[in-house]
Ligand binder design. Structure first.
Ligand SMILES: [Zn+2]
Ligand SMILES: [Zn+2]
Length: 316
């Protein structure tokens, strides 16, 4: 497995300039903005209630777009939704800085298909023997390294894995407009901050805290599901093949439910990742509310007979 994956990664050519620029911006810009926000804070311009509210609101919207929209709805089809909800979820997901809709869905489906084997774009398990250095390399690759590896970030024929989405012309337009969503992801909190403060300073603080800091926290939480959620700690209640996914309580809290990643890999089409009362899945609760309101339907619910049959530890 080691030689295969190593060869695969080494044989890939460089990323296209546009992908390289986009991925560099997505990884570095929020980090630079966060460092700037902390520096300014140290010099007396800390976040007030408006900035903290912008940070929290946009963080939650960011994760909802990513986890309920991109992940559970578009990638796994865990429920059906009316057109307005579909568009709202596509836009919210696009604002979350994790990539264009169809690309993200295709990469994620590839991840499930080849979970922790060669062909999985962001597995942290494919860096060779289980030495501490290889483990660290794997975590880096699963987190952000894969974004700079052409074989992983642009696998051959990746778009075959999202053909169902290409049939929808509105979704296709949202996908193509990704770079505009990146700009809007910063501009929206900046404009709200500017209006609420009625000043340029409010605009800039809004861009920093509701934009850069929020994106830094949200993207790293999401990427941690790929890196830590497939490598260290946590619990593995279900095991199949090469799958190294784990359930992490803390990751489930900050990702609104995505951190119950071992549950998710065992049953990827369920609209919830929670199989126990104590497994907090805020995205699942929001999906239940949307179902009650009639905005979504055919929500795929857990079959507990099947879950119990697959359990590794019956005391779970
Ligand atoms: Zn996974
Ligand atoms: Zn998934």
């Amino acid at each position: 497995m080691e030689s295969n994956s190593t060869v695969q990664r080494e044989s890939s050519g460089p990323l296209s300039p546009s992908s390289l620029i986009r991925h560099s911006v997505v990884v570095s810009f929020p980090l630079i903005g966060t460092v700037a926000a902390l520096y300014i804070w140290l010099h007396g311009y800390g976040p007030g209630m408006i900035e903290l509210s912008l940070l929290l609101c946009f963080y939650v919207l960011n994760i909802i777009g990513m986890e309920i929209g991109y992940h559970r709805y578009f990638a796994h089809r865990s429920f059906k939704a009316r057109k307005s909800v579909r568009i709202a979820l596509a836009v919210l997901g696009s604002l979350s800085y994790v990539g264009p809709l169809m690309w993200w869905v295709a990469i994620h489906r590839l991840h499930h298909k080849h979970c922790d084997q060669p062909g999985d774009p962001h597995s942290p398990q494919l860096t060779g023997n289980n030495t501490p250095l290889n483990k660290l390399k794997g975590i880096y690759h699963g987190h952000i390294g894969w974004l700079f590896n052409a074989q992983c970030a642009r696998p051959e024929h990746w778009n075959r894995y999202a053909l169902d989405l290409y049939k929808d012309p509105v979704l296709f337009r949202i996908h193509l407009a990704y770079d505009y969503w990146l700009v809007l992801g910063i501009l929206l909190p900046a404009i709200i901050g500017g209006i609420l403060h009625l000043s340029m300073e409010g605009f800039l603080l809004g861009a920093l805290w509701g934009g850069a800091v929020r994106i830094f926290l949200a993207t790293n939480s999401i990427w941690a599901v790929n890196s830590l959620g497939h490598s260290v700690g946590g619990r593995q209640h279900f095991k199949r093949g090469s799958d190294q996914s784990r359930n992490h309580f803390w990751l489930a809290i900050i990702t609104l439910g995505a951190g119950w990643h071992n549950n998710h890999h065992a049953f990827p089409y369920y609209a919830t990742t929670s199989f126990k009362k104590w497994q907090i899945d805020i995205s699942g609760w929001i999906i239940a509310l949307l179902e009650k309101s009639g905005l979504i339907w055919d929500v795929r619910k857990p079959d507990f007979d099947k879950i119990n049959q697959r359990l590794m530890d019956k005391k779970y």
